[in-house]
Ligand binder design. Structure first.
Ligand code: NAI
Ligand code: CS2
Length: 491
């Protein structure tokens, strides 16, 4: 069978130009999804292409990675990343994935041994927000989470990423090996701090000395990660096939923009990712907040209103002038003032670039994909910004409309009366509330009282309850397009 590894490729893409046998699995990555393949693995590849590097990646799957891993193995770990901005395209054949371990294929002990290997220096993660098993509002480990509850009973045979990372560190300590850097690359405010906190809370329950050792010797840099990478589809795979001349089942098509800002705090060395465009800084907080509120906050706003209004892709939403206007205002007038940024971050230029990225017609980014797992996302993206505006007695209608649209989305019916496939770890809890109180406007205060999402000072605030209820009622009566048109007119 022709694969990317054994076929001569066309001029758009070339095989890696470096000696792949020199790469060692110094990075163990959990969550080999679309984003990791188009971001961290690509940066690591670009580095190897530029300068001699030993940084290779061993991919870990805790549940469903086997088909991908066998496809990758069939093409010697190689895969394509196709980058597009309007009519410009470029492609890379990425060569940095050198090994894989999966729970189903190899068992949990094989994962723990890989984490404990002398080769392992960095353990990185893109496991989605819910993989951290925390309350989004408080950032604390959720000990009632079934995977965490299981792991606290059986730490040698874990289910959660937290459980594996701690089991790997425990094994290293037992073997007299150094701890590793744990590098979160997920969209969570203070991702490194949140992960460190969750890991230490978990480790403290199973072994306080281990927890102290981790606290002393491991590190948890925060990162701001950015690139719009839609999930692969049959259409995207066929599109890449047409472009490169061979079918690659592991290919990813994404935008050409990418950004990575990393706190420089690595206990066992790190790749010089800055040579290929990443930034190492002392403090990532401002970059993270800027991205989560301006980019991701707008994305969630677009996703919920878009799903309700029947827009399939983000670029379709942006084509509606009322939505465009509201998103622009959300970025610049609502989110930007909440940020405590240094002078070198130009928020006007950032917003302008975001609007262009959202309008990129080559990127088929489904509103339903972004809408997923809202209970894990909206606290960082929309809810926390309310505090600043309440304190300053500002207009909160845009934020309230985003939150109301999320609530309306979780009731699972769009504006045409069609069913929405709601994907959210708190779906059962939300459905209980809808069964008890209905889906009319009366339910809004009960949803805002969910403390895993809404901090008390916000969820119980009468102004917030009134504004979200009003927006929700408008969405119910008139639909998303009309609600947005009304808002745009009033801005
Ligand atoms: P994806 O669904 O393609 O990949 C997620 C990976 O994590 C899969 O390998 C899955 O098996 C694994 N996973 C899911 N839940 C897990 C859990 N509870 N424990 C362990 N592993 C788990 O998603 P994608 O697009 O790769 O995004 C992943 C995350 O990366 C996002 O949630 C976000 O935090 C971050 N990110 C994504 C961007 C994007 O545009 N796709 C851009 C910036 C950040
Ligand atoms: C999106 C992000 O799926 C989502 O929730 O908002 O994954 C977004 O595409 C990235 O953060 C862009 O860097």
């Amino acid at each position: 069978m022709n694969t990317i590894a054994n076929t001569s490729l066309n001029s758009l893409v070339q095989p890696p130009c470096y000696d792949r046998s020199a790469l060692k699995p110094h990075i163990v990555h959990i969550g080999c999804g679309a984003f990791h393949r188009a971001h961290q693995a690509l940066y690591t590849h670009l580095l190897a292409a530029q300068t001699p590097s030993a940084w290779g990646i061993c991919e870990v799957s805790l549940f469903s990675g086997e088909p991908l891993f066998s496809d990758l193995a069939n093409q010697d770990g190689l895969y394509t990343v196709l980058e597009q901005y309007n009519q410009q395209k470029s492609a890379e054949c990425v060569g940095t994935i050198v090994a894989s371990v999966s729970k189903k294929r190899d068992g949990s002990q094989a994962i723990i041994e890989q984490l404990a290997s002398v080769d392992t220096r960095i353990v990185s993660l893109t496991i989605t927000e819910k993989g951290y098993c925390i309350d989004a509002a408080s950032g604390q480990l959720d000990r009632a989470n079934p995977a965490i509850a299981h792991d606290l009973q059986s730490p040698q045979d874990p289910e959660s990423a937290i459980g594996y990372i701690v089991a790997g560190l425990a094994r290293r300590r037992q073997l007299g090996r150094e701890a590793y850097t744990v590098l979160s690359c997920d969209n969570i405010q203070g991702n490194g701090h949140v992960l460190r906190n969750a890991i230490l809370q978990y480790a403290n329950v199973i072994d306080t000395e281990l927890a102290q050792w981790i606290e002393q010797y491991a590190s948890f840099p925060c990162t701001m990660v950015d690139r719009i990478v839609p999930a692969a589809t049959q259409e995207s795979l066929h599109f890449v096939e047409q472009e490169i001349g061979v079918y690659d089942p592991c290919a990813i098509a994404c935008e050409s923009f990418k950004q990575w800002v990393i706190e420089d705090n690595f206990v066992q060395g790190r790749p010089d990712w800055d040579l290929v465009g990443a930034q190492f800084v002392d403090d990532v907080t401002a970059y993270e907040a800027m991205k989560l509120r301006m980019l991701n906050g707008s994305h969630s706003f677009l996703a919920y209103l878009g799903v309700l209004a029947g827009y399939e892709y983000i670029a379709d939403c942006m084509n509606n002038p009322d939505i465009y206007r509201c998103v622009q205002t959300l970025m610049l007038t609502v989110q930007a003032p909440t940020l405590n940024v240094t002078k070198e971050l130009d928020l006007n230029a950032y917003a302008k670039q975001l609007l262009e990225r959202f309008c990129n017609r080559c990127i088929y980014h489904r509103t339903e994909q972004i809408a997923m797992d809202g209970s894990q996302k909206i606290a960082y993206r929309l809810v926390n910004s309310l505090r600043y505006h309440l304190d300053n007695k500002n207009d909160i209608r845009l934020l309230a409309t985003g939150i109301a649209a999320w609530i309306r989305y979780t009731t699972a019916t769009d504006d045409r009366g069609d069913t929405i496939e709601v994907v959210d770890p708190l779906k059962d809890r939300l459905n209980q509330l809808y069964q008890q109180f209905g889906t009319g406007v009366e339910v809004v205060p009960y949803i805002l009282a969910l403390e895993a999402i809404f901090p008390q000072d916000i969820g119980h605030n009468p102004e917030v309850i009134a504004a979200v209820s009003q927006a929700y009622q408008c969405l119910l009566e008139y639909g998303a397009k009309h609600t947005i048109a009304q808002l745009a007119e009033a801005l």
